[in-house]
Design a protein around this ligand. Structure first.
Ligand code: G3P
Length: 217
């Protein structure tokens, strides 16, 4: 399973990237706005730092505007993926730019039918939003499982990015459901490797080892 960071915060990306476990980065207009910096500058900085794919989202709502933006964003770096919202205009745009070799991440996927349409249009990635489905008492993980079955049934090469991940349970469930990728906020990423029983276990081993050494000196 690949791990992407769902952030545009450079300090966070630099720190976590040192672990060697970051396979890519995803952003959206909300995430970019939080940093208060120029969009192109931030995306280029991230692309320089991270080897894997970096998603940058268009803001046009019509297909001509999306295509125009996608062609510009695509030039910013080799590892750019253009994020396109799941609308009729978005599907048209993906169909056009996929043929030009532009990688796309179709975002705001909330149903299996939307994911299927995006894959058929030629999306490189689809992003089902688990947390936002769970927020409305729907089942985000079921959507990832359904997309896995559908893509496997028809041998779509489109990769599933489990997005809108809010907790460790989402990461584990997305892995069990066969998601290709989980895109994880930095604050959550840093909790993935810790467990209170591990911390307690280390403290106990250390205390016992010191007592043993003191006795045998
Ligand atoms: O990048 C898209 C997605 O991960 C956003 O998550 O928490 O705003 O629903 P959230």
């Amino acid at each position: 399973m690949k791990f992407f960071l769902d952030t545009a915060n450079m300090e966070e990306i630099e720190r976590i990237n040192q672990l060697g476990l970051v396979d890519g980065v995803t952003t959206n207009p909300t995430i970019i706005a939080k940093e208060g910096k120029d969009f192109e500058t931030v995306i280029k900085e991230i692309c320089d730092l991270v080897e894997g794919p970096v998603s940058a989202e268009v803001t046009s709502l019509d297909s001509e505007g999306m295509i125009r933006e996608a062609r510009v964003i695509h030039q910013w770096a080799e590892n750019i993926v253009v994020k396109i919202p799941m609308t009729e205009a978005g599907l048209k745009a993906v169909h056009t730019i996929a043929k030009e070799g532009i990688k796309t991440n179709v975002t705001l996927i909330f149903s299996a039918a939307q994911g299927l349409m995006a894959a058929k249009a030629g999306a490189t990635y689809v992003s089902p939003f688990l947390g936002r489905l769970d927020d409305i008492a729907s089942d985000g993980i079921q959507l990832v499982s359904d997309l896995r079955v559908i893509f496997d049934n028809y041998d779509f090469k489109t990769e599933i990015i489990a997005a809108s991940i809010r907790n460790l349970g989402h990461v584990e469930a997305a892995a069990l459901a066969g998601s290709d990728i989980a895109t994880i906020p930095g604050t959550l990423f840093e909790k993935l490797w810790s467990h209170p029983l591990t911390t307690n276990g280390i403290a106990q081993f250390e205390a016992d080892w010191q007592a043993y050494q003191a006795k045998n000196q």
